[in-house]
Design a protein around this ligand. Structure first.
Ligand SMILES: [Zn+2]
Length: 336
């Protein structure tokens, strides 16, 4: 089968070629891949930085493939053959206290498809059956765009306990995760301020705020005259933006952030933080129940992932370049 294999730590060492087709083992399924997306984690694997350094080479890349189950291993119901599925990349250990309580997002020993094992930038991928979520009627590209981004922001909004009573400030709102956060919060009936350095195409019911620097965020939010936000959700991964969003919060404001990929240094006004009874939580990944809920939100049209440029598998390096250059919408690799 054809696969995109990373042979060394540079984009020049990403080779699309023939490798043996993997067979599903116990508890696993084999999926004929239609689409897979580009994620920041792919670039971290290529660069050998952060969580991407854990990948042993050579490695087939690709976190979030969508396609059709073509074979199952022992212990998996054969009725699943033919099921259209999308892969949630985080594989929980299944044995720890968090896994036992079905909090898969917080499993400290989780592995990631395309990092710790071969991913879906290939004609076939083998993953644990539990990681393959039914995506029946969806277009494969939509499923790929949704499976990683929507559950994370759903988890963030769950942690912040967002309801219709909240005014939610989303920072980093112009990207894939940010757009999903805005839509999920609106779907709960909350009022939403969508802030970004880039222009934001704010959905109906939200207010767009464009700030050239993080320091402008609190004043720009105040200028809307909506009152102080009760919740801040950051997906920018920028410590300065997270700090500015926290500063913009009002009494007992709850802040959550889903990334620290750009700048992990976070400097807070500790006096304001405790006098105003603020709180802050880091959220990564999502529980499997949240993945199912997220895909349901997409099926109902509450969240509509935007598809960006598309590339055939043979041109996968160009897909990573387009992502790095700031392509708008989810960058998709069409495998078949
Ligand atoms: Zn676990």
């Amino acid at each position: 089968m054809k696969a995109a294999r990373l042979m060394g730590r540079s984009l020049d060492e990403l080779v699309v070629g023939e490798i043996p087709r993997p067979e599903p083992g116990e508890g696993e399924v084999s999926i004929a891949v239609e689409t897979v997306g580009v994620n920041q984690l792919d670039l971290n694997v290529i660069g050998g930085v952060g969580p991407g350094a854990a990948a042993a080479l050579p490695r087939t890349l690709g976190l979030d493939p969508a396609g059709t189950i073509v074979a199952v291993g022992a212990g998996v119901d054969p009725v699943r053959v033919g099921e259209r599925v999308v892969v949630k990349p985080n594989i929980p250990c299944g044995a720890c206290a968090e896994c036992t309580a079905r909090r898969e997002a917080d499993c400290p020993q989780q592995r990631v498809v395309g990092v710790h094992c071969d991913g879906g930038a290939a004609q076939f991928v083998v993953v644990p059956a539990m990681n393959a979520f039914a995506c029946g009627s969806f277009d494969a590209a939509i499923a790929t765009a949704a499976v990683h981004s929507v559950p994370i922001v759903l988890n963030a909004l769950d942690v912040a306990e967002v309801t219709e009573d909240d005014l939610v400030l989303v920072t980093g709102a112009s990207g894939t995760l940010g757009r999903a956060a805005v839509e999920v919060a609106l779907g709960r009936g909350a009022r939403v301020i969508a802030a970004s350095r880039a222009a934001v195409d704010a959905p109906a019911g939200s207010w767009a705020v464009r700030c050239a620097s993080p320091a402008e965020i609190p004043a720009a939010v105040a200028a809307l005259d909506l009152g102080r936000p009760t919740v801040a959700v950051d997906v920018s991964g920028h410590g300065g933006v997270i700090a500015a969003a926290i500063a913009a919060l009002g009494w007992k404001g709850r802040a959550v952030f889903c990334s620290a990929s750009v700048d992990p240094r976070l400097t807070l006004d500790a006096r304001d933080f405790y006098l105003q009874r603020k709180s802050l939580a880091g959220v990564a990944s999502a529980d499997f129940a949240q993945v199912a809920r997220a895909l349901e939100l997409v099926a109902r049209g509450v969240v509509r992932p935007r598809i960006g440029p598309r590339f055939p598998l043979a041109d996968i390096a160009d897909a990573y370049r387009a992502f790095s250059a700031g392509a708008s919408g989810k960058v998709i690799i069409d495998v078949s």
